[in-house]
Design a protein around this ligand. Structure first.
Ligand code: GLV
Ligand code: MN
Ligand code: MN
Length: 417
């Protein structure tokens, strides 16, 4: 047990977040960040993290897809470890806090506990998960999916990027070799896993709260739709003869929005964030359109029912507009529930620090969604300005970061006793 609030060096943490943000492929300067898995930039970010881990005396292990574990050894080497951490990849034009805060706060929490003289019985380990974001391979959380057995090595190896290179080839090219089957964690590897993350929503800020103790993570699903109509000359083909793929897709997207708004669950959200129009010329009728669907709900059964309804209604639109429609579900994951023991540890830690807190759900997904399959899981949320995330103006104040790291440090200390 540690009795005093752990001394967190928040200036050092902010400096490290900024240094990481400078390792970016975004055409705009930081705080705008783009860092896609297995690029040169991703590899440079990994090197930077490794240098920090080694300076803190942690033992670093990298698995065959680049999931990186930095361990502070506990006094009982046979005891299952306590894990924390998050991801460092960033979607195009992202901010500098999503994921990175969880990785660097894990490190800062360990440094604070080391400085306090605390000795853990269980080892404490910071994990940097490979590719939480779906940017490159279309499916998110590939690192934790494989670790937890939620996805098979064979299915992972087959995922392809826009250049049609498969995951297995791309990870090898980036220097990550070894058998994919070795990524899966044994069931007793972690005694507990707790991830700190910015909320990415407005509730904590609105309630003037410092800490959210996450009780459950919403169920995410993703699908791709392809609409095929008939192209032609924009001047010569008269309206009655048209089978415009983009007009059909537009109607489908509007229908998806209406279905989501009418859902019985207030937590159901649907987003079409990607649209490709072929041939993409001003004076040519679109012949083919593909669009993405991101669909989530804390109620997994309702999410599935809504997905079905979307499939039925988009088919009806396709029939009426005389276009062809294909849809493919990429993933439809169940929700995850936090372990009450970890939620309690977070609540107790925040209480003892005098930090205003509440229990809440996570609407965003995280690697913890999959870690819950192999370990008792919990999450700590900290507020971000305006609830803004997945945008360059994403921001968490040094005070918010400090409260989060202190709560994480006390939680880890309790769980690793
Ligand atoms: C994670 O980035 C998510 O989209 O929830
Ligand atoms: Mn994200
Ligand atoms: Mn994230």
């Amino acid at each position: 047990m540690i009795n005093d609030a752990p001394q967190v060096d928040v200036e050092r943490l902010v400096g490290e977040l900024q240094a990481l943000a400078a390792i970016s492929d975004c055409p705009e300067p930081p705080p705008a960040v783009t860092r896609v898995v297995f690029t040169e930039t991703d590899l440079r970010a990994r090197d930077y993290l490794r240098s920090l881990y080694e300076a803190a005396g942690l033992t670093v292990r990298v698995d065959p897809i680049g999931n990186t574990f930095a361990r502070w050894h506990g006094s009982d080497p046979k005891a299952s470890a306590v894990g924390t951490g998050s991801h460092c990849d960033a979607i195009p034009h992202a901010g500098m806090y999503d994921g990175t805060v969880g990785v660097l706060s894990g490190l800062e929490a360990i440094r604070a506990l080391q400085a306090s003289g605390y000795q853990p019985r269980r080892s404490i380990e910071v994990v940097m998960f490979t590719s939480e974001e779906p940017t490159r391979f279309g499916v998110g959380c590939t690192g934790s999916r494989l670790m937890s057995g939620a996805m098979s090595p064979a299915d992972l190896a087959k995922l392809t990027d826009e250049a049609d290179d498969d995951y297995d080839t791309v990870r090898r090219r980036a220097g990550f070799t070894g058998e994919l089957s070795e990524v899966r964690l044994p069931g007793d590897y972690y005694d507990a896993f707790v991830e700190l993350h910015i909320e990415q929503g407005p509730e904590l800020e609105a309630g003037d709260l410092a800490i959210g103790a996450v009780t459950a993570i919403a169920a995410p699903a993703q699908a791709n739709f392809t609409v095929t109509g008939e192209g032609g000359h924009a001047g010569a083909v008269l309206m009655p003869r048209r089978r415009d793929a983009l007009v059909a897709a537009a109607e489908m997207i509007a229908a998806i929005d209406s279905i989501a708004r009418a859902s019985r669950s207030p937590d159901l959200v649907a987003t079409v964030g990607k649209l490709e129009v072929h041939p993409g010329a001003v004076n040519s009728i679109p012949s083919k359109v593909t669009f993405s669907l991101d669909l989530r709900d804390i109620d997994g059964a309702n999410r599935d029912a809504v997905l079905k309804q979307i499939e039925v209604e988009t088919e009806q639109i396709a029939t009426r507009r005389e276009v062809q429609l294909e849809h493919r579900t990429l993933n439809a994951d169940p929700p995850a529930t936090s372990d009450p023991r970890i939620v309690d540890a977070v609540v107790q830690s925040a209480t003892s620090l005098g930090q205003a807190h509440q229990k809440m759900i996570s609407r965003a997904y995280h690697d913890s969604l999959f870690m819950a399959r192999v370990a008792p899981m919990g999450m700590i949320f900290i507020p971000c300005r305006g609830g803004v995330s997945h945008r360059p103006d994403e921001y968490s104040s040094p005070e918010a970061l400090a409260a989060g790291v202190q709560t994480l440090a006390l939680t880890l200390a309790e769980l690793a006793r």
